[in-house]
Design a binder for this molecule. Structure first.
Ligand SMILES: *Cc1c(COP(=O)(O)O)cnc(C)c1O
Length: 811
């Protein structure tokens, strides 16, 4: 948008005055932030209204991305950048004595996600709007996002994330767009006009109220919508005679039970808990979302029979997969279509992304629970399954075992992945390797039956947030070097390739990394009182804490370096700063022990004068999007060391390479595609291959005891876990010790230890060759463009949704 500094300044002063009746000199930081956010929202509203109208009136095909999680982070600066007014606002505020960077820090992260899956949804929203694709988010407006993590005595402590405390300047409550979602009750059927009709009795109704957030496209007048649903009691749903009888407690209980639906995001990537309420959450937002999509589609005057021609519904993992049955319910029971018509529309609308092969993350619901909570939906799933199994039995004659294993309902469980596959026209994995494993291992039966449904869409990240916003210095240098086209066409970052040996350019890239490290170190110093050495290698592992991600391998290597330095204080290593950030699911005991271990190692290493600045270890609390934006631009080394085959894609890996870090990696997930992009010389690979891991799973043959007994380094390290070296209590790290030995090291930490140590030695040697290292770093930046979510979204749009890119919304 066009905006000059003087206009901005007067707009801003007026907004502050109108909102808070204050002049700048009297306003708090919070008020200054809210005034700015409110003004930015004002700037986008007319484009927002126009965009919505344009899509509707022209019947453009729209995609709705259904996701339990949207890990958006902060919106202020990202919106300013996409509107093209960051610099003018920065300067204008400066004239008024306000620092934009300080206001940015006032905004609470919208932490409505656990990790990669939720962040992917947020990157996709940014890319859809920036490409002009009619695409919206649909999810839950959790009152509490993922818990805030504090580290107390080295332990993780979880604090509720009350992110809405001061209000949310970006959202608009749309009470007039509320819908009703029905739970429980019972179903009867009658014949009405010759049609079998189902009637729902005695259900509990919940009011779903949408809150809309504008999603601003970069340098475009497209403004899409993120619609998040909040659960509220329905006035009529509650018998007020109970209230008048003084049964206040009952009224409160009803209210609390309804509100609990959108109360809190489950702090878990892989569904360890929270069964019934979680199912309620899923149906709640899916039903509300679909009802509102259909209502607005019909209002525009189109035929319900063409629904799939104008609408695509994407289900992000199986969490929203009940959408298959809910769309069927609406088409059958409310729109009175035949089963065949409804099924045609449903399967042509739905597409499903699979995010993991970890068994514990494959959602299954006990039939009893499911049927009681969603009786009509259960009936529909039974019928979908009956027809599906019939179809299977025509192809697989006398193969009951196979049919059973593919059934949607089996052993008293409803299998949501199976429902998603059967009910969608597209099933995609999130990296090449992951998709191959799905096709040939995890879902091979389904792939044989529906080969045409399966496809790969490698994840991506929005380069606007993760480079342009997070690393302004590097972005400016890139602009000076190759111009600004890369912002719209990120693949053009590859023009940096020709500068990789340019000494002047290398020095500038090095210098920017150093400045970022200094800036981050200053923050750490003021927050934790710990000094970091910006001349040391910043070696960073930030991601959720999970055994398969193998933070453990990283810690063992640090302990090993420490042991080596104790034996030989003159050991010649490049000084290293190991930085960690990770939240552990509150119920995941082993993960929490690993956090404690990292902190115990950190205090041991950091307080040992003999180490003489060669090692430093720091666990940063509360890893979140806004922390990621600060830490990633100062990383020299990116730790992507999951057990091969376990990390479906990873997206952290992409953010780091885009900021010039060198990746130390297993051949897992998108690491493989990063390797293909930069070449083997520009990534440090080590460890078991996926095929080897899968083969051990299948045939056995690995014994962690053998390594413990034969490798004296490993022997010493494991003993140190339980001999009081790191904690006064010998049982502090007992579970870790047991997982590695008694339970035979499920994630092959010890198996990969030697290879990892050698890979780290290679890093040390390469870092000493400054020019070589800079060349590698630049090569990584230059080839990161293909990992922009713009490319990913283009592929979804062309290959799955059939949506188009609209250059300019003009009403
Ligand atoms: C990108 C991101 C993730 C995902 O990181 P992985 O390394 O791919 O697991 C998790 N959390 C946050 C806050 C992120 O920004």
């Amino acid at each position: 948008m066009k905006l000059n500094k003087e206009k901005f300044k007067s707009d801003y002063k007026r907004k502050l005055l109108n909102t808070f009746a204050e002049e700048i000199k009297d306003a708090s930081k919070l008020h200054k932030y809210f005034a700015l956010g409110g003004l930015v929202r004002d700037y986008v509203t007319s484009n927002w209204v126009n965009t919505t109208k344009y899509y509707k009136e022209r019947g453009e095909k729209q995609v709705y991305y259904f996701s339990m999680e949207f890990l958006i982070g902060r919106l202020l600066v990202s919106n300013l950048l996409n509107l093209g007014i960051r610099d003018v606002c920065f300067e204008g505020l400066k004239d008024l004595g306000i620092d934009l960077n300080e206001l940015e820090e006032v905004e609470n992260d919208a932490g409505l996600g656990n990790g990669g899956l939720g962040r992917l949804a947020a990157c996709f929203l940014d890319s859809m709007a920036s490409l002009g694709i009619p695409g919206h988010g649909c999810g839950i407006r959790y009152k509490y996002g993922l818990f805030e993590q504090k580290i107390v005595d080295g332990y993780q402590v979880e604090i509720p994330d009350n992110w809405l405390r001061e209000g949310n300047v970006w959202e608009i409550r749309k009470e007039n767009k509320a819908v009703e979602v029905k739970f429980g009750g019972r179903i009867t059927s009658t014949y009405e006009n010759g049609r079998l009709t189902f009637i729902h009795h005695d259900y509990e109704a919940v009011k779903a109220v949408p809150y809309d957030t504008p999603i601003v496209g970069y340098d475009k007048n497209t403004v899409n919508t993120l619609r998040l649903w909040s659960a509220e009691p329905i006035d009529e749903g509650f018998d007020f005679s109970t209230f008048s009888r003084g049964d206040y407690v009952k009224a409160q209980a009803y209210r609390a039970s309804v509100e609990s639906i959108s109360q809190v995001l489950y702090p878990d990537d892989s569904n360890r808990e929270g069964k019934l309420l979680r199912l309620k959450q899923q149906y709640f937002f899916v039903s509300a979302g679909l009802q509102s999509i259909i209502r607005s589609y019909k209002k525009a005057g189109f035929s319900i029979k063409d629904f799939h021609k104008h609408n695509a519904i994407h289900i992000n993992d199986t969490h929203p997969s009940v959408a298959v049955a809910e769309l069927m319910r609406i088409l059958l029971d409310e729109e009175l279509l035949s089963w065949e018509e409804a099924w045609h529309i449903t399967t042509n609308s739905m597409a499903y992304t699979n995010h993991t092969i970890l068994a514990e993350a494959l959602e299954k619901w006990p039939v009893d629970m499911f049927r009681e909570l969603l009786p009509r939906i259960y009936m529909i799933i039974e019928e979908i399954n009956r027809r599906f199994c019939e179809e299977l039995s025509r192809k697989y004659v006398n193969q009951g075992g196979k049919i059973n294993s593919m059934s949607i309902i089996q052993d008293g469980l409803v299998k949501m992945a199976h429902l998603s596959i059967v009910g969608s026209h597209s099933v995609n994995g999130v990296a090449k390797l992951h998709t191959e494993i799905l096709k040939h291992q995890e879902l091979s039966n389904f792939y044989d039956f529906y080969p045409e449904k399966f496809n790969n869409k490698t994840n991506g990240i929005t380069h606007r947030r993760w480079l342009l916003k997070a690393n302004p210095k590097l972005a400016s240098l890139i602009n000076e070097t190759i111009g600004i086209n890369w912002i719209k066409a990120p693949i053009e970052l590859n023009r940096l390739e020709s500068y990789k040996n340019n000494k002047g350019f290398q020095d500038k890239v090095y210098d920017i990394k150093r400045q970022n490290k200094i800036q981050f170190s200053n923050m750490v110093k003021s927050k934790y009182g710990i000094s970091l050495d910006p001349n040391s290698i910043f070696d960073v592992q930030v991601k959720r804490l999970h055994a398969y991600k193998r933070q453990m391998l990283n810690v063992l290597h640090i302990m090993h370096l420490y042991n080596q330095l104790k034996e030989n204080p003159n050991l010649d290593i490049v000084p290293r700063t190991f930085l960690f950030g990770a939240k552990a699911s509150p119920s995941y005991h082993l993960a929490k022990q690993i956090i404690k271990l990292i902190n115990s190692v950190a205090s041991k290493v950091n307080s040992d004068p003999q180490i003489n600045g060669k090692l430093k270890v720091l666990f940063l609390e509360n890893y979140s999007v806004s922390l990621a934006e600060k830490i990633i631009p100062c990383a020299d080394v990116s730790e992507q060391i999951s057990t091969a085959s376990k990390e479906a894609s990873g997206t952290g890996n992409m953010k780091f390479m885009m900021n010039g870090a060198i990746t130390i990696a297993t051949l897992d997930g998108a690491n493989i595609e990063i390797k293909d992009a930069v070449g083997e010389d520009n990534i440090i690979l080590f460890g078991l291959k996926a095929s080897e891991v899968l083969s051990y799973h299948k045939y056995g043959g690995y014994s962690s005891w053998d390594i413990y007994n034969n490798d004296i380094r490993v022997n010493k390290l494991l003993n140190q876990l339980v001999d009081g070296s790191l904690a006064p209590s010998h049982s502090e790290f007992k579970n870790i010790h047991e997982s590695l030995l008694m339970f035979n090291d499920e994630y092959f930490v010890l198996k990969d230890f030697d290879a990892y140590v050698k890979a780290q030695e290679k890093i040390d040697a390469l870092y000493r060759q400054k020019s070589k290292w800079q060349e590698m770093s630049i090569t990584n930046i230059a080839h990161s463009g293909i990992f922009s979510s713009d490319n990913t979204i283009r592929e979804y749009s062309k290959g799955i949704w059939g949506t188009k890119e609209i250059d300019n919304i003009s009403i």
